[in-house]
Design a binder for this molecule. Structure first.
Ligand code: SAM
Length: 232
């Protein structure tokens, strides 16, 4: 660092501690125990949507989703099969009621696109389940996965909400599962304001300044795209 820049940086770090943080209404947080859904649009949904939307080309053919058909309804085209898996037997949208952690739940190479958003954190062994999903992906198929980064515990599923992820950890899991047989990419989403706001229970409409902010050190959501090679 240049001498003048270093001096300015030193002055800044000495002074910054005397500038008080104005916590304002954050002192009353959490504002919601439903991810802000009762106040407006859930903050992390925007990131998950933009991740799936950016891979809309892949949402085609034989599809598998978890809990509902939200993504295939929104982004699917030329759909041949639309399976929905859930462990919850009361889910009327589900075509497969099963525990993803059990062996042989899905047939190998049976889907062209698997969308597994916000589900791996409920698995005792997320890497094992990611591997089983990858096995169920047909050659040439795409898997779109999102997992929570810096987030609060799910009130509704608190007993099985087991894990939080970081981009390097997701990258390690993907490497172990599909190196040499697929191309994969990890992308994180979030910022100080979005991540703090989400944890505090605020909604998207309450944080318009979060829209264009990005901070790789405060990931709220981590997206993983895996494209299985045709000759794998
Ligand atoms: C938070 S939802 C996420 C899925 C949703 N498509 C989304 O938009 O993000 C998580 C779903 O995973 C299901 N789930 C939890 N543990 C499971 C397991 N071991 N096997 C299969 N489904 C499971 C829950 O019942 C719930 O429907």
């Amino acid at each position: 660092m240049q001498k003048s820049k270093l001096l300015l940086f030193r002055i800044y770090t000495r002074l910054i501690r005397y500038i008080p943080i104005r916590w304002g209404s954050f002192k009353r947080a959490p504002f919601s125990t439903r991810y802000g859904r009762d106040r407006g649009t859930v903050i992390d949904r925007g990131y998950i949507e933009s991740f799936v939307h950016s891979h809309a080309d892949a949402v085609t053919g034989r599809l598998l989703e978890i809990r509902d058909r939200d993504w295939s309804k929104r982004y699917g085209h030329d759909i041949v099969l639309s399976d929905v898996l859930d462990i919850d037997p009361s889910n009327v949208n589900a075509t497969i009621i099963a525990d993803l952690q059990d062996d042989d739940v899905l047939k190998p190479e049976s889907y062209d696109c698997i969308i597994c958003t916000q589900t791996l954190q409920y698995m005792a062994d997320p890497k094992h389940v990611l591997g089983a999903l990858f096995t169920a992906l047909a050659p040439g198929g795409t898997m779109l996965v999102t997992v929570p980064g810096l987030q609060q515990i799910d009130h509704h599923l608190k007993d099985i909400d087991r894990w939080r992820f970081l981009p390097a950890g997701v990258e390690s899991m993907a490497k172990e599962i599909c190196s040499g047989v697929a191309t994969f990419r990890v992308k994180s989403f979030g910022s100080t304001i979005a991540t703090l706001g989400f944890i505090a229970g605020a909604c998207k409409e309450e944080l318009p300044e979060a829209k264009h902010a990005y901070d790789p050190f405060r990931p709220l959501i981590i997206g993983l795209e895996i494209r299985k090679w045709t000759d794998s």
